[in-house]
Design a protein around this ligand. Structure first.
Ligand SMILES: [Zn+2]
Ligand SMILES: [Zn+2]
Length: 210
């Protein structure tokens, strides 16, 4: 069974997702937003082994818990990120812009590429490149379970902001139309902030994509 645990963490209520193949006891943490030790405890409680940390993008509120999570995991999990967001990672995800400071944790060693296939145990996830909110934003799509971890690309009734450095509105809209809205209506959207939705609901109600 594919199991998804969501935790809302950090100063801007970011969703962290722990995704596991329960049979194998293998898990990946997507966007460890904050409180890395707590995320590590959630894994331990369930007897899941952390194989990797995946980042949808390198904003500080999506990786603020990376350092502490890695510190409390043995062996230390590799971090995956798209190369176009490395620069943002190096400046701590723009934390200073908000008067904050974070430890970005272990340097990314897995370079995410569009259409790349990744595994969580027996489950396949496809990397979908979706720039606009940041230059190197990606989403993770599992077809068999109809689930898309979409970061800050699209939210229930809204879309990611594009006024931060590296953001571009037209690019984001194109990403949403070509990478999100082309998925089946029943696809569950697990966003970086706020409640979950589906492609069908957003197709009907999201003012940005109609
Ligand atoms: Zn963001
Ligand atoms: Zn965010």
């Amino acid at each position: 069974m594919l199991s998804i645990v969501s935790l809302t963490l950090g100063p801007v209520m970011t969703n962290t997702y722990i995704i596991a193949d329960e049979n194998r006891g293998e898990a990946v943490v997507i966007d460890p937003a904050d409180e890395g030790k707590r995320i590590a405890e959630e894994l331990k409680e369930r007897n899941w082994r952390l194989v990797s940390i995946w980042l949808t993008h390198a904003h500080f509120d999506h990786m603020g818990g990376s350092a502490e999570l890695a510190e409390h995991s043995t062996p230390m999990p590799p971090v995956a990120l798209h190369a176009e967001d490395y620069q943002l990672w190096r400046i701590q995800g723009g934390a200073a812009f908000f008067g904050m400071k974070i430890d970005p944790g272990p340097e990314p060693t897995i370079e995410l590429k569009d259409n790349q296939e990744l595994n969580i145990g027996e489950y396949k996830f496809k990397v979908l490149y979706a720039p606009g909110h940041t230059p190197g934003h990606v989403m993770f799509y599992n077809k068999s379970e109809s689930v898309l971890i979409c970061g800050d690309v699209i939210f229930q009734g809204s879309i990611g902001r594009t006024d931060l450095p590296g953001g571009d509105f037209d690019t984001l809209i194109t990403s949403i139309k070509t990478r999100v809205m082309t998925l089946p209506d029943e696809t569950v959207l697990l966003s970086g902030h706020g409640p979950q939705s589906t492609v069908g609901i957003e197709r009907q109600y999201n003012p940005y994509v109609r």
